[in-house]
Design a protein. Structure first.
Length: 399
């Protein structure tokens, strides 16, 4: 916590608004809209809830197609499954670790040949790095497919859009836009592990006010504006509480400070490990500025002398938590992946797996096999970072 959260919480208690809705929620929505440069926002209970509202409002129904990043957290794609959609996963590129625009173009062209138009493209801003929005938007617009930006990990991350016809909203003094700007809808998360947190919560943002007002209605059980409870469509209990919004307001005030600290942590690790044979760091895209939510490395065992899992276990022995990067969606047992001839790919799948497709996948698989997320909390001291660094180096020395 940064300190100001307690004052906003006190205001929430003084106002006697504790349950969902209230002045803190209204203020959090306004302040976040101003920060990111997307005019209409809706505070909800989680990033997944925000994503669910987005796909619902894009009329995703059973049998519809949705295209998404394969290297992501499952909350990015599970709402499309809630709606009965059939997913096509797109591999990442090595320059950004985000959705490969060339593969996206191939996928959408294939759909066009089949006479189909997917209901949405959902690219993920992985570990706080913006996708190549300029290319993603251009390709998606060509095939008339709306983009839902999964910016759950990317609060404060920014990107450059050189040749956009879009209005200059949310642009900073470096000529950069906030993650999600220009999309049909953007999804943010304030889960306990994110760069700023409300302990649990999310935000849906859009340049379309009608879209957000419909989402607002759905998030409140779709109650009609009458003096009794009447419903003409099914909604959800997705609103954020006034108390959690108060925390979010305090957190938002220290977001830039958090980003600077995250980037300092990345540079500290890179200074110590960047020249070690067999260790690579997640690259920063040339078109933007990553928030460095997590510092992530790749370990090549043939060069380093130990593999990713050996390093992770060595850190665990020292009571240092590190994790592999996201397991790609096309490798998840919950999805049964079809090959080009539509026969299920022979992998360990759960009994009730959902059928999906994948374009590429080899890059994401390699990153998963070699990738390790290092401790990146902003409370870490240099001594803490040195413990991590020395433990990693000791793995190499023991070879």
């Amino acid at each position: 916590m940064g300190g100001e959260e307690l004052e906003f919480i006190r205001q929430a208690f003084d106002s006697n608004y504790i349950a969902p809705l209230g002045p803190q929620v209204d203020a959090f929505e306004r302040e976040l809209a101003e920060y990111v440069g997307i005019p209409y926002t809706l505070a909800v209970s989680s990033g997944t809830a925000a994503m669910h509202l987005a796909v619902r409002l894009l009329d995703v129904n059973p049998g519809d197609d949705v295209v998404a990043s394969t290297l992501t957290f499952i909350g990015s794609v599970s709402p499309a499954v809630y709606q009965g959609a059939k997913l096509t996963f797109v591999d990442c590129d090595r320059d950004t670790w985000n959705m490969n625009p060339d593969l996206l173009k191939e996928v959408l062209e294939d759909f066009k040949k089949q006479g189909k138009v997917p209901k949405a493209v959902i690219p993920t801003d992985l570990y706080g790095q913006c996708v190549n929005y300029e290319q993603i938007f251009a390709i998606s617009e060509k095939y008339n497919v709306p983009v839902i930006a999964d910016a759950a990990e990317a609060m404060g991350a920014r990107y450059q859009m050189m040749e956009s016809k879009r209005k200059k909203k949310g642009i900073d003094n470096r000529g950069l836009f906030h993650s999600g700007v220009g999309s049909r809808a953007a999804v943010f998360s304030f889960n306990g592990n994110k760069i700023i947190t409300t302990s649990g919560g999310g935000m849906l943002a859009s340049e379309d006010g009608v879209f957000i007002e419909h989402a607002r209605k759905l998030s409140q059980q779709s109650r009609e504006v009458v003096p009794y409870y009447e419903h003409v469509e099914i909604g959800y209990n997705y609103r954020m509480s006034n108390v959690l919004a108060a925390i979010g307001r305090g957190q938002l005030r220290i977001l830039n400070e958090r980003i600077n600290k995250k980037r300092e942590i990345f540079e500290y690790y890179k200074e110590a490990l960047g020249n070690v044979d067999g260790i690579e760091f997640m690259p920063e895209a040339s078109y933007g500025r990553c928030n460095r939510w997590l510092t992530v490395i790749l370990i090549t065992p043939e060069k380093f002398g130990a593999d990713r899992e050996s390093v992770r276990l060595a850190l665990d022995v020292e009571n240092i938590e590190a994790r592999p990067i996201w397991k790609p969606m096309h490798l998840q047992p919950v999805f049964r992946i079809e090959t080009q001839n539509c026969k299920p790919k022979a992998l360990n799948r759960s009994k009730n797996a959902y059928t999906a497709r994948v374009s590429g996948g080899e890059v994401a698989e390699d990153l998963f096999n070699r990738g390790l997320c290092l401790p990146s909390g902003t409370a870490l001291t240099n001594n803490d970072l040195d413990r991590v660094i020395n433990t990693i180096l000791n793995c190499r020395k023991s070879k």
